[in-house]
Design a protein around this ligand. Structure first.
Ligand code: BES
Ligand code: ZN
Ligand code: ZN
Length: 493
């Protein structure tokens, strides 16, 4: 839950009572300095800029205590460089930077203005500021990291309230997902994630949620999911949440998230270095539940289904073993070559389950392959799918939200090495292209429905140098899919 209160007042900036004021300064457009935000300083600010004491270059900061109409005010000037050169991502970053800096200065309340005049610009700014306030201190017994209590904007003629309300819903959902991701696997078990999803659905008239347990998973015929789940003594869960925001005849958008609450690799056990990061292997599941929260809060006019198969991947006497053959919900059989390629095993059954809704589109998100981190690093999500038009929309959403996606070629040649001597398909091929092969595996289970697969192994967590992702967990996919869904609806899908 985001703690920071955000509001807009139709007052002058310095008429708002606050510990600190965040004021943008630009290198190019000096006209900006004649605006009402700057007028109380008279010639002072121009002189400080001219002398170089206030820096206007991008992401340069200058902190001054100035006399504004007889009152001393602490002002954080944030350099934005040349307005022309600002992208939404650069605004988000500078805004996040401002917020983390003023937190470090000990401010509790902050007042600011819209850096630029566009609605999308303000949205990026507020997103940056709100996201930068995130802290995870659940298990810290000492002093907690500081947070801002209140952020107030001087409206200056702009109606900012709609954007503020929307971002409250979005950022709340992002923080919800980040808390689940940051939580250790001994606390964030499949049962806990399912409970969090149920809580998120509580009170909503539009969400119907059902959580299946391990016996039901087995009975339904999800043999691949069950094959992974039976190795753990922590009970597996399968979340099926239906959001009804349109006429029942409207085909739903189906979102599927990988929910491995801890991935040891199973019998094909992982090396111990950085294994603790495998608590993040449920990021996809956290993202789809968060998305459900946003749809509900924003009263989105569509039908949607959120599916999250949740289990640990453990080595044990009951774990699946290399060579084992599992029967999937689709009827196809899979030979397990590596028990560490478990994501595709739980997802193939969830994707097959998704088919029963005759989806308008089915999107899955998964921290699926280390190969994706090698190929794209931490700043682009790997995308593959069966519908070029929808993938083009996804790409646009990636540009707008800063959660960029990059398409990889799903060439049929790569399918060859997944042929199995004993079953219909192996869960692992040879010869590189691990991310593509994983996608080709999943493709077998989506039928003819438009499908997009997002490999978030590099982008869900481990992000460095982004001020608005202070802890490194981006929960990538929430803002991306919210924007994508809106675009799809605008397109009449
Ligand atoms: N959860 C991992 C993928 C992963 C690796 C995510 C690193 C984030 C960072 C997945 O279940 C896995 O272990 N994949 C294997 C697949 C391989 C056995 C084909 C991998 O990437 O090594
Ligand atoms: Zn694995
Ligand atoms: Zn995994």
């Amino acid at each position: 839950m985001a703690n920071m209160k955000v509001k807009a007042l139709s007052k002058g900036l310095f008429d708002i009572k606050s510990d600190i004021y965040v004021v943008p300064v630009f290198e190019d457009d000096r006209k900006q300095f004649s605006g009402s935000v700057y007028s109380p300083f008279g010639a002072k600010i121009s002189a400080l800029l001219a002398s170089g004491e206030i820096r206007a270059e991008y992401k340069k900061k200058s902190v001054f205590t100035l006399d504004v109409k007889g009152e001393l005010k602490k002002i954080f000037f944030i350099g934005l460089g040349e307005a022309e050169k600002l992208s939404l991502e650069k605004i988000r970053e500078a805004a996040g930077f401002s917020l983390s800096e003023i937190k470090a200065l000990g401010a509790k309340t902050c007042a600011s203005v819209s850096f630029l005049k566009g609605r999308e610009d303000f949205k990026a700014q507020l997103e940056g500021m709100m996201l930068a306030d995130y802290v995870y201190s659940e298990f810290k017994t000492g002093k907690k990291d500081p947070q801002i209590d209140e952020l107030t904007f001087a409206s200056d003629g702009l109606n900012l309230n709609k954007t503020i309300d929307e971002l409250k819903a979005v950022v709340d959902a992002v923080f919800f997902a980040k808390d689940l991701m940051n939580g250790p696997s001994n606390h964030i078990t499949p049962s806990k994630v399912a409970e969090a999803a149920k809580n998120a659905a509580k009170g909503s008239k539009k969400i119907k949620i059902k959580v299946f347990d391990i016996d039901e998973i087995k009975k339904m015929g999800m043999g691949a999911f069950y094959g992974v789940a039976k190795g753990s003594s922590e009970p597996a869960k399968f979340i099926v949440a239906e959001y009804n925001g349109a006429a029942p005849s409207k085909r739903p958008f189906v979102y599927v998230g990988k929910g491995i609450t801890f991935d040891t690799g199973g019998i094909s056990i992982k090396p111990s270095a950085s294994m603790e990061e495998m608590k993040f292997d449920m990021s996809g599941a956290a993202v789809v539940i968060a998305l459900m929260k946003i749809f509900d809060a924003m009263d989105m006019k569509l039908n949607a289904v959120f599916l999250a198969p949740l289990t640990e991947n453990m080595p044990s006497g009951t774990a699946d073993k290399p060579g084992d053959i599992l029967k999937t919900l689709s009827g196809k059989t899979v030979e397990v070559i590596s028990t560490d390629a478990e994501g595709r095993l739980i997802l193939c059954d969830a994707l097959a389950y998704g088919q029963k809704y005759k989806p308008a589109v089915i999107v899955d998100l998964a921290t699926l392959t280390g190969a994706c981190v090698v190929a794209l690093g931490h700043y682009a999500t790997g995308m593959m799918g069966t519908n070029d038009k929808y993938m083009a929309l996804m790409k646009k959403s990636g540009e707008i939200t800063g959660e960029r996606v990059w398409e990889l070629p799903m060439l049929e040649e790569y399918r060859e090495s997944m042929k199995s001597k004993y079953a219909d398909i192996k869960n692992l091929g040879e010869g590189g292209a691990g991310t593509i092969m994983a996608a080709l595996f999943l493709k077998e289970f989506v039928g003819d429905y438009p499908w997009i697969h997002l490999d978030i192994a590099g982008t869900a967590y481990g992000i460095k140098n982004k001020s608005y992702i202070p802890d490194g967990t981006a929960a990538t996919g929430i803002r991306l899919l919210y924007d994508f869904t809106k675009k799809m609806l605008e397109e009449g899908v």
